[in-house]
Each structure stands twice: as C-alpha cells, then as structure tokens.
Design a protein around this ligand. Structure first.
Ligand code: HPA
Length: 275
C-alpha cells in the first residue's frame, strides 16, 4: 500500500469517527440480500458510504451501501450493508478499504457474511454454513505491493484465519437457538459469471464446500491487521452442475437469502450476545 492510500484511510478514519456516537468494537459485513434481512434495530446512526472519503460504493442490486453504528445485545456494533466486489472493477485495495478502516478504528472482531453456491453435495440450498477456512482462487492478494507496518506484517500467518475461538461461540449460539449450522471451506472465484460444472468438480476435489465471489480479500486484510474473524455463509443454491439441468441466477440467490434471512439474524444476535 502506498503512502497516498494510507493517508486516504487515515482521513476516512477521522471522518467516520467524528460521526459516531460510540466507538464500535465489532464490525459485521452483510453480503448479498442479507443487508435487508438483518434489519438493524432502531436508534444508532446511519452513515451513507458516500460520505466517507475513499469508500467504494457497491453497484450490485440488493445492496444498500451504508454503515450503521449502534447497540446490539449491549455491544457497540458497526454493520456494513453492502460491499465492493473485485468483479465490479474496483482494485483490491478498495475491496478491503472498509476492513482496514475498521482495523485502524480499533475494531478487533470482524464478522463476514456472504451468499455462496453449495459445492458439497451434502449441503442444500438455504443451509447456513460456518466458514472454517478458505481457498483463494482469485489469483490476486490485497497485500500485494509495499507493506504498511501501521497495519500489519509483510508475511501474515493464515493458519487460523477463521478464529477457532469464534467458531466455538458460533456453534454454541447455533445449538442454543436450535439452528442447524454446517461447516465448510469457502473458495473465492473472480466472477461475475457463475462457475461451469467442470470448475465445480475441480473445486470439490481441491477441498471446497462453498464457492463465492467475495470475502477472501477481506479476510486476508483482516488477518493482516490482526483482527479476529468469524465467517458465515448462506448456501443460496447448489453450485453449477450439482443439480443437473438447473440454471443459476442472481434472483435465486436473493430469494434464498430472503427466505433464511430471519434465521441468519437470529444466529447473528445469539453470536453477538456471546462476544
Ligand atoms: N457461485 C458463485 N457465487 C455465488 C454462488 C455460486 O453458485 N451463489 C451465490 N454466490
């Protein structure tokens, strides 16, 4: 990251902090369709992303693009509704801009959510899945370029990128709420085209359970900045070729997230309660 990018981030930190009633300790990124489903509580403040200098604004339908900061389950929480994807054309440093912003604000806990295709044939559309690890098939890394020591080390360890401690909390929360929570490895592709059946077979043999077009750059940036990460995915559809004859569409993805949105909300609240 060059000095201009770091200066831009530091400027965004001070602009955002000046708009906040409290300093959040937890950040949640809501993926496709989940923004609407989560429905932040009353109170708190809404900050349009366009008011934060340098913040990328997502172009995908189904995203609302704002930050909400307020109290959830007695904790000061920041909720990011909408994210920038690499396939939209943003450089990776913009894709991870918000994560670095949160890290520089002192937020130590990050919850990332997304919609994904189920590569694992034991999964069904609508399953909620705890992400235990990932495979980066983007062929890119957001840490490429000069390292900023203010953020983290040159060669960050990714052995426990998805915090085992937070995975325990998520399992406990799911059990307590009677919500079935599957577990799996998320593989990130560039998109925006969905995968071919041959790609899905290849990804399965590589150890992927889920496939999607987001999250991995954000988790790399969060790990770099020393954040503890929890990943939750909604398997919105069976991946290409799993259901022979089926066709994939963004409408199906949005429909499924709407259908299970309430469960995601319930699970997230139960997790936040345990933080
Ligand atoms: N592939 C990639 N990304 C996705 C999918 C999929 O099948 N479903 C939701 N996001």
């Amino acid at each position: 990251m060059d000095d201009t990018q770091l200066a831009e981030l530091n400027r965004a930190v001070s602009v955002l902090q000046n708009k906040l009633p409290v300093l959040p300790t937890i950040a949640i990124v809501l993926g496709s369709g989940l923004s609407k489903a989560f429905g932040v509580p009353g109170g708190g403040v809404h900050i349009p992303c366009s008011e934060i200098p340098g913040f990328p604004v997502s172009t995908v339908t189904g995203h609302t693009d704002d930050l909400w900061v307020g109290e959830i389950e007695g904790k000061a929480v920041l909720v990011q509704r909408g994210r920038a994807h690499y396939y939209e054309g943003y450089p990776l440093d913009k894709v991870v801009f918000s994560i670095r912003l949160f890290a520089l604000m002192g937020i130590k806990t990050l919850v990332v959510t997304n919609a994904s295709g189920a590569v694992n044939t034991e999964f069904a559309a609508g399953d909620l899945v705890l992400i235990t690890d990932h495979i980066n098939m983007l062929g890119r890394n957001p840490l490429r370029g000069k390292n900023s020591e203010q953020l983290g080390v040159r060669f960050p360890d990714m052995s426990a990128a998805y915090s085992p401690r937070l995975c325990v909390l998520a399992r406990e929360a799911a059990t307590a709420e009677g919500i079935e929570l599957k577990e799996g490895v998320y593989l990130a592709t560039l998109g925006p085209s969905y995968e071919t059946p041959a790609e899905i077979r290849a990804f399965r043999s590589l150890g992927a359970d889920l496939v999607g077009m987001s999250t991995v750059p954000e988790v790399i940036a969060a790990c770099h900045a020393g954040m503890e990460v929890l990943g939750l995915s909604c398997a919105t559809n069976l991946a290409a070729g799993v259901d022979l004859g089926a066709r994939l569409s963004h409408e199906e993805v949005m429909e499924t997230t709407c259908r299970v949105g309430e469960q995601v909300r319930q699970l997230l609240l139960a997790i936040i309660r345990r933080f």
